[in-house]
Design a binder for this molecule. Structure first.
Ligand code: PHB
Length: 389
C-alpha cells in the first residue's frame, strides 16, 4: 500500500522510495531484527508470527526478520526461529507471502551465536554440538534468561575448521531463497560469531582466521561471499556494531577503527546491497568489573564515508525526525527502527500521517515466555494502530 498523504516536512525524506537490489522500498522506515522468542512450540515460525510480520508489512519500507538460526547449534532462546530445515522453509514461506501480499519487502537475518550460547539451552542440547567460538575464550558476564539459575557464559570449544560453518551460512541462504525472501542479511554484529572472529579479544587464533586484521575479517567476508554466491551481491546486507559492548565485545578505539574500516571497505568492494552501521547501545553494554566493554564512537561519521557502493543504513534509538535529517543530508539511505515497531504495528503510516507514537512498549513482553499462543499475543500482535479518518 502506498499512502497519498503528504508527510510532515521534517520527515519527508523518509518517504522517498529507495532502490534495494532489484526491488524498490516504498519508504525508508525499515524494521530492524528483533528477537521475540515466539516460534512455539520449537523453532518453526507459526501463524502468530505470520500475523505479526503482516501487520508491520502494511507500512514498513522493508523488514529484516528477527535473528534466524542457520543451524540448531547455538541459541539461548528456546523459541527463536531457524532456517536449517525444509519445515522452516515452508513455514517462512507463509511469512514472506503475507509480507508480499501487503506490498512489503522482507530480508532474513542469518544468525549464529557462537560463544554467546549456553550448553544447557534446550536447542543447544538438541543439536548435540558443543558451544563453539573462534578460540577457547569465554565472554565475561552473560545472563541466560531461560536457563534455571541464569548462568553466565561458558568457555567455548574452538572451531576446528571455520569453513564448515561458512557452508552452513550458504545452505541457510539457499533455504531462505526457497522460502521467498527478498534478500539476506549477515548478522555480523552484537558479539555473535562473525563479530567474535573480528574482535581481537575473542579471537586468538594463529591460523588464517586470526591474527592480522584481514585474517580476523576473513570469517565475515567468507560468510558474505557464501551468501552472495546464492543471492547475488545486490540482495545481500551486512549488519555491524563497531561500538561493541553487547556480549562482551570491544577493542581500543584505534584498533576498532582500523578493523572495522578494513571490513567495511572490503564488504563495500564486494558491492553488497547494504551495510548497517548500528550505533553504540549503552543499555546493551553492562558494567563488568566496574567498566563498560564498548567503544562508543560516531560510527556513521567514522565508516559512512568509506562506503562507496553499498547503501548505508543505521539503527539504534533514532527518532523519525533524526533519521530524516541523516537521510536528507545524504549521510544515510535508510534507518531501521526496533522498539518503535514493536509498539506501533503501523509505525511508518503514523509517521507519514503525523500521528503520535504513543503506544508504550512493554519490555516484559519483548521476549516470549510461554508456549500458549493467546499469552504470546500480548505485547506482540495486540498493539493498536492509530485512528485514521
Ligand atoms: C537478543 O536476543 O536479545 C538479541 C539478539 C540479537 C541481537 C541483539 C540482541 O543482535
Amino acid at each position: 500500500m502506498s499512502f497519498p498523504v503528504k508527510p510532515p516536512a521534517n520527515v519527508a525524506s523518509l518517504f522517498t522510495p529507495l532502490k534495494l537490489g532489484p526491488n524498490v522500498a516504498r519508504n525508508r522506515i525499515f524494521m530492524s531484527p528483533l528477537t521475540r522468542n515466539r516460534s512455539v512450540p520449537t523453532n518453526v515460525p507459526n501463524d502468530l508470527n505470520v500475523e505479526y510480520y503482516r501487520q508491520r508489512a502494511k507500512s514498513a519500507g522493508m523488514i529484516v526478520t528477527e535473528g534466524t538460526l542457520i543451524s540448531q547449534q547455538g541459541t539461548e532462546w528456546p523459541n527463536a526461529p531457524g532456517i536449517w530445515s525444509k519445515e522452516h522453509v515452508d513455514a517462512w514461506k507463509k511469512v514472506t507471502d503475507a509480507v508480499h501480499e501487503e506490498g512489503g519487502l522482507i530480508y532474513i537475518q542469518l544468525w549464529h551465536l557462537g560463544r554467546s550460547d549456553h550448553p544447557d539451552a534446550p536447542e543447544q542440547i538438541a543439536s548435540g554440538q558443543p558451544v563453539y567460538g573462534p578460540s577457547a575464550i569465554a565472554a565475561r558476564g552473560g545472563k541466560f534468561r531461560h536457563i534455571p539459575g541464569q548462568p553466565g557464559y561458558v568457555t567455548p570449544t574452538e572451531i576446528d575448521d571455520p569453513s564448515t560453518i561458512i557452508a552452513q551460512y550458504k545452505q541457510a541462504a539457499q533455504n531462505a531463497m526457497e522460502a521467498g525472501f527478498d534478500g539476506a542479511e549477515l548478522h555480523g554484529a552484537n558479539g555473535y560469531l562473525p563479530h567474535q572472529f573480528l574482535d581481537s579479544t575473542s579471537n586468538h587464533r594463529t591460523d588464517a582466521w586470526g591474527g592480522s586484521i584481514p585474517n580476523r575479517a576473513k570469517f565475515t567476508l567468507e560468510a558474505l561471499r557464501a551468501i552472495v554466491d546464492v543471492w547475488g551481491k545486490e540482495r545481500v546486507g551486512l549488519k555491524l556494531t563497531p561500538g561493541g559492548g553487547y556480549n562482551d565485545m570491544g577493542m581500543p578505539l584505534d584498533e576498532t577503527k582500523e578493523t572495522f574500516g578494513y571490513l567495511v571497505q572490503e564488504a563495500d568492494k564486494m558491492g553488497i546491497g547494504y551495510i548497517v552501521l548500528a550505533r553504540y547501545w549503552e543499555l546493551g553494554d553492562p558494567m563488568i568489573d566496574g567498566k563498560r566493554r564498548g567503544t562508543p564512537h560516531d560510527v556513521i561519521e567514522a565508516y559512512g564515508p568509506l562506503i562507496k557502493n553499498s547503501q548505508k543504513f543505521s539503527n539504534t534509538q533514532f527518532t523519525p525526525e533524526e533519521a530524516a535529517k541523516y537521510i536528507s543530508e545524504g549521510k544515510l539511505d535508510a534507518v531501521l527502527f526496533g522498539t518503535a515497531w514493536i509498539a506501533h504495528p503501523d509505525l511508518a503510516k503514523r509517521v507519514q500521517y503525523g500521528k503520535p507514537l504513543d503506544n508504550q512498549p512493554d519490555p516484559k513482553t519483548f521476549y516470549g515466555h510461554s508456549t500458549d499462543l493467546e499469552e504470546l499475543r500480548k505485547g506482540y500482535t495486540d498493539y493498536p494502530e492509530a485512528k485514521y479518518d
